[in-house]
Ligand binder design. Structure first.
Ligand code: FAD
Length: 501
């Protein structure tokens, strides 16, 4: 390299994937700089404040805060840099309101959930138990071992000798999708649709396209580590990681938009910012999506073959239409759950503005809203395309019209919602693209067709020496705990490459 690097690693972006990578590297004594284009850290796990409300931008059903096992990666990432967060346990993961009056709750207690589901589908009692028990087999394998980089052969060898049974179990499930396993145990078409929804609500694809490894995590950890909401809001996770990063000598700069990854002899050696400043590092990590990394930050070279193959296998999922609402507290009867999914017709499961997601974090942490009010965050998948090429007046009118339809539908589970409104902020795929810096505002990658489970999902190293990717377009995909996994793996591989412990 002709210029001497100022840092061991430069991380582009302070999403949870980027921050876990950075804090892990800093905790190993490496010099790290994080560059964030926005004003605060967190990306899709960030927050914003309006009129006394503290709204989560996106994520609010948080896995990974358990206090045992190895899959509690948010707890572990914070602890590695001397941080911890008070969390509030959610007794119910989701209250489903589904077609045909299928109304049920996923209780934190596994047996209570099974009993509720079996009561709806008594003829499938055995199949239900067998299916979810098989998910536990996957989870137990994952939860037996330290989760680090699968690209590091010495680590793989070590875990294999320590946990041969668990490793073989995971190898068996790695190429499998949930649909194959579900149909092995379950015949009832409505129950299979419910399993589709159980997958769709976090993978945004039905069971046939959802990898079994991810399902094993989600369907079991909700009853093991549980769903736990960080007191003070989801934004606290990123804020605490930044506190830990700085405590361990790492640096973060906000309003620092990277426009280019600088290469020398086909190797990534630095970054250029929007203001023209150049910063050099021994390794570069991109927490931007793969589409943004290879599409916007490396435009002066052809797309590497590995990325072409990835794009053949995976496409961008839709973004969301989001309503951030402040509502009078008496709208919600006692016993209302924090998270809801609403769908009136199974045919609309994957359609534009079909499935509706709801999160009411103030039921767990009232401090996020003024006294006497609650937050309702509701979002529904929406593509960028229908929001494009509109005049400002047309855009504003579409926002109002689509928000109105969403509120009308939500009245079915929260009668009186419209009248109880105190505040409303409408986010569209354009807002997600603008504020999160994600191409087309996408939630993340989804398979284009049935793939062999998680096998084709890339790890952290890229075709460009010195450049790593981290976050939801790397193994194992979307979700805060998943991108934390990707952060642990990225930092592990990178530290080994730099000869650090
Ligand atoms: C509406 C919604 C609801 C969700 N609900 C949940 C949930 O309940 N539970 C859950 O676990 N997950 C949920 N998720 C998913 C979860 O939030 C994401 O999978 C995860 O936060 C992605 O993290 P990441 O590190 O990959 O990237 P991101 O969060 O996208 O962060 C990337 C960061 O990089 C920055 N950046 C990008 N390009 C540049 C550049 N050129 N220069 C400098 N900085 C740059 C961005 O500003 C951003 O801060 C939800 C997501 C959304 C949108």
């Amino acid at each position: 390299m002709t210029v001497s690097p100022s840092y061991d690693a430069i991380v582009i972006g302070s999403g949870i994937g980027g921050l876990v990578t950075a804090t892990q590297l800093a905790s190993k004594g490496l010099q790290v700089l994080v560059l964030e284009r926005y004003l605060i850290p967190g990306g899709s796990a960030g927050y914003f404040e309006r009129e006394g409300y503290r709204f989560d931008v996106g994520a609010s059903m948080i896995f990974g805060f358990g206090d045992r096992g190895t899959t509690n990666l948010l707890t572990r990432a914070l602890a590695a840099v001397g941080q911890s967060l008070e969390t509030l346990p959610d007794p119910v993961q989701i209250h489903y309101h589904l077609p045909g009056g299928l109304d049920l709750k996923v209780h934190r207690e596994y047996e209570a959930f099974l009993q509720e589901l079996i009561a709806k589908f008594p003829q499938e009692a055995q199949g239900i138990r067998r299916f979810y028990d098989e998910c536990w087999q996957v989870f137990n394998c994952l939860n037996a071992m330290e989760l680090l980089s699968l690209e590091e052969p010495r680590y793989l060898m070590r875990v294999f000798f320590q946990h041969p049974g668990a490793c073989l179990g995971l190898v068996k499930y790695l190429p499998k999708n949930v649909g194959d396993i579900a149909r092995r145990h379950i015949q009832d078409p409505d129950l299979l649709k419910f399993i589709d929804m159980e997958c769709y609500c976090w993978s945004v694809v039905p069971a046939d396209l959802t990898p079994m490894i991810n399902a094993g995590m989600v369907f079991s950890d909700r009853h093991y580590g549980g769903i736990n909401y960080p007191k003070g809001g989801v934004g606290k996770i990123a804020e605490s990681l930044v506190t830990g990063l700085e405590k361990f000598g790492g640096k973060i700069r906000y309003g620092a938009r990277v426009t280019k990854i600088i290469q020398e002899n086909n190797q990534a050696i630095g970054v250029e910012l929007a203001n023209g400043e150049k910063i050099y590092g021994r390794r570069i990590v991109s927490n931007a999506t793969r589409w943004d990394t290879f599409g916007s930050l490396m435009t002066d070279q052809p797309l590497p073959g590995k990325e072409k193959r990835w794009r053949k296998n995976y496409q961008q999922s839709p973004s969301f239409l989001s309503l951030h609402l402040g509502v009078a507290a008496d709208l919600l009867p006692t016993g209302t759950e924090c998270h809801h999914i609403l769908l009136e017709n199974w045919d609309d499961l994957e359609k534009e503005q079909g499935t509706i997601f709801v999160s009411i974090p103030t039921l767990l942490d009232p401090s996020l809203a003024p006294d006497g009010y609650h937050i309702i965050h509701s979002f529904t998948p929406s593509w960028l395309e229908p929001w494009q090429n509109l005049s400002p007046q047309e855009y504003a009118a579409k926002k109002e019209a689509d928000a109105g339809k969403l509120i009308d539908r939500l009245e079915a589970i929260f009668p009186g919602l419209d009248r109880a409104l105190d505040y409303m902020e409408i986010g569209t795929p354009r807002s997600h693209r603008r504020f999160l810096g994600r191409q087309n505002g996408t939630y993340g990658p989804i398979p284009r067709r049935r793939l062999p489970g998680l096998l084709p999902m890339p790890f952290n190293r890229t075709a460009i020496p010195g450049l790593y990717c981290v976050g939801d377009s790397t193994f194992p995909g979307q979700g805060l705990n998943a991108v934390a996994f990707s952060g642990f793996a990225c930092a592990h591989r990178l530290a080994v490459d730099l000869g650090a412990k």
